[in-house]
Design a protein around this ligand. Sequence first.
Ligand SMILES: CC(C)(COP(=O)(O)OP(=O)(O)OC[C@H]1O[C@@H](n2cnc3c(N)ncnc32)[C@H](O)[C@@H]1OP(=O)(O)O)[C@@H](O)C(=O)NCCC(=O)NCCS
Length: 179
Amino acid sequence: MKAPRSIETARLLLRKPASRDAVAIFRRYAADPMVTRYMSWPTHRNVTDTLAFLAWSDSEWQTWPAGSYLVFAHDDEGHLLGGTGLTFKTPTCAVTGYVFARDAWGKGFATESLHAMVELARQIGLQRLEANCHAEHHASAHVMEKCGFLCEGVLRAHTEFPNLSPGTRSDVLSYARLL
Ligand SMILES: CC(C)(COP(=O)(O)OP(=O)(O)OC[C@H]1O[C@@H](n2cnc3c(N)ncnc32)[C@H](O)[C@@H]1OP(=O)(O)O)[C@@H](O)C(=O)NCCC(=O)NCCS
């Protein structure tokens, strides 16, 4: 079952990214070193990096029932707040994550968009939704716990965080929610 290209929640509009979004993604969060500190992808150096992300997102949407979503505010003329989405491992198991512009932190938007991803995952027949975070990223771990994810353990020296400790693999907390 194909996921909808857009999803509405109480305060947010989530929609499939388009190439016209590249500059906004770059400016709002992908080029901000503070925002990308705990991301597993390098801080974008230019809009070409962002276009590469959008090409990957398109290929995910073509291959699987869903892919990335951008997150916009309902009530602020469609202001871009951040991004989330589903990356499929198999037809019944996907990984999710979220990234928000600095001025959008602390307002419950990550929690609201993660709830939306859980609901979407359930609707399209997933059985398991996974999410990892750096072992010291307490805010992200808290968001997952608020959305019913359980920590299944520490994956040791699992992920390279290129903006935090390039060339070194760090421990991550492995979370999942059954649907
Ligand atoms: C992490 C991030 C997604 C959180 O987004 P957000 O919209 O601020 O999150 P929410 O407001 O929904 O919830 C954050 C929760 O963490 C709590 N929190 C914030 N900082 C915290 C910390 N250092 N330790 C523990 N909890 C913390 C908040 O109080 C809030 O919980 P509450 O609602 O119970 O008070 C956001 O800061 C972000 O985009 N960071 C950059 C990208 C990133 O790191 N993404 C995650 C990669 S795994």
